[in-house]
Ligand binder design. Structure first.
Ligand SMILES: [Zn+2]
Length: 437
């Protein structure tokens, strides 16, 4: 299968570094607020990457971190007169809840930055010892001049970046591009270090956690496109300095989500929180919306579009349920898949072409409906639909169909044939109550 690699700007064959295994890391949230639907896009997409690669037979280890030390967390804690830990606990808990409500599986490993302070200090010390970092007045900075291909990920030339960088007179850096590895501070949470009390910079934590968890270069590093520069560029620079090549073989970036064709803005009230979205729509409808655009393209959210995908989901789940009930009632047990599964793989193997996969779902439903009317066997079409939906993390609700339910269903049909409308109504009500029809 082919994946577009942001590092090389090419679609490349996915060849695991270790046979059959895929190590994947995605930058997680800084937990100082609720997550909005823009944050949810990579959460949903990389969940599908994990599901699909697993479906393809790869043994996937998926790590996604929690950034639990940051100025934003410290400032919120000061504002609310609580500890940083209280802020972190509250929003990390809500984040996990939101992810689960979006139908995303928990990553296999969820490292918290503050559990890696010792490793980060060691990592920074090593950069300092090898000349890639320098100390100035309590702070430690990364020395960009040592990295010849700086800008490789975001396709920017180092000279242009330097020319365009804002120069702060009070800056203690050698170059405006140099970034902070260790920040001297007397505000908020801090740790002892060889450079005095302070806290690590954000760009270091992902490198250190990847290093610790995966012991070297990984297969896929993902995140939102807004993380490409400077965050991921700086991760690559540090990996480069530490002898870990470009940190990851494949870099994947998920496009922006806009609301009403404009950038999301908290101050202008243009933000949709996941916790609110999930109260108004089934998560499956949101997933259909996310998958309706290719992951690298920007996507536009409006209430109207969301309602449209909600209707689409109602259509899919209704057709799915009818087909499922019919198969279970007739005790048809067939595990075969139809040829459409090949088409699904063909789309997904082409850098996750989910818009085409959604079209395929509609086509399969049409086929099932035609076969139902013609009283033909549609079990393999149903199995294919079921496999595709599950692989996309869009899991339909299935009613429980036990022997009692089957008996009631048969009696309902019998009563209808006999035109015994009172009995038919009675059985129908039972079936409706059980969510079967
Ligand atoms: Zn990161």
């Amino acid at each position: 299968m082919k994946i577009y690699n942001s590092l090389t700007d090419k679609k490349e064959e996915l060849i695991p570094l270790k046979n059959g295994k895929i190590n994947m890391y995605v930058c997680g949230p800084t937990v100082y607020n609720y997550i909005h639907i823009g944050n949810a896009r990579p959460v949903v997409f990389f969940d599908i990457v994990k599901r699909y690669l697993t479906y393809k037979g790869f043994e996937v280890t998926y790590a996604s971190n929690i950034t639990d030390v940051d100025d934003k967390i410290i400032n919120r804690a000061i504002d609310e007169k609580v500890s940083e830990k209280e802020i972190v606990d509250k929003f990390a808990t809500q984040y996990f809840k939101d992810c689960a409500n979006l139908g995303s599986m928990k990553p296999d490993i969820i490292p918290y930055a503050t559990n890696y302070i010792d490793q980060m200090i060691k990592y920074i010390k090593n950069l300092e010892d090898t000349g890639y970092a320098y100390y100035n007045d309590g702070n430690v900075y990364f020395r960009i001049s040592k990295i010849s291909d700086y800008g490789i990920l975001s396709n920017q030339r180092k000279e242009d970046l330097i020319a365009g960088a804002r120069i702060d007179i009070a800056d203690k850096k050698e170059s405006p591009l140099d970034f902070t590895l260790w920040k001297n501070t007397d505000v908020g949470i801090k740790w002892d270090s060889p450079w005095g009390k302070g806290r690590p910079g954000w760009h270091t934590e992902c490198c250190v956690m990847i290093d610790d968890i995966f012991k070297g270069e990984i297969d896929i590093h993902g995140g939102g496109t807004d993380l490409k520069f400077p965050h991921h560029e700086n991760e690559i620079a540090q990996a480069n300095a530490s002898g870990h090549n470009h940190l990851a073989k494949n870099w994947m970036h998920v496009g922006r989500l806009q609301i009403d064709n404009q950038k999301m803005s908290k101050s202008e009230g243009r933000t949709v929180w996941v916790k609110d979205l999930i109260e108004n729509y089934p998560y499956q409808a949101f997933r259909l919306f996310i998958l309706s655009s290719h992951y690298r393209q920007p996507i536009n959210y409006t209430d109207e579009i969301m309602n449209q995908y909600n209707k689409e989901w109602e259509k899919i789940s209704k057709a799915y349920k009818q087909a499922y009930v019919s198969l279970r009632m007739n005790k048809i047990e067939n595990k075969d898949l139809s040829d459409d599964i090949k088409e699904f793989e063909q789309y997904m193997d082409d850098d996750f072409n989910t818009p085409n996969a959604l079209m395929l779902i509609s086509n399969i439903i049409k086929k099932i409906n035609v076969k139902v009317r013609a009283k033909e066997d549609f079990s393999s079409d149903f199995n294919t639909l079921d496999t595709i939906l599950n692989t996309l993390g869009i899991v339909p609700n299935k009613p429980v169909i036990d022997d009692i339910a089957i008996d009631t269903y048969n009696k309902w049909n019998e009563a209808r044939i006999n035109k015994d409308f009172d009995a038919a109504d009675k059985y129908r009500n039972i079936l409706v109550e059980k969510g079967i029809i």
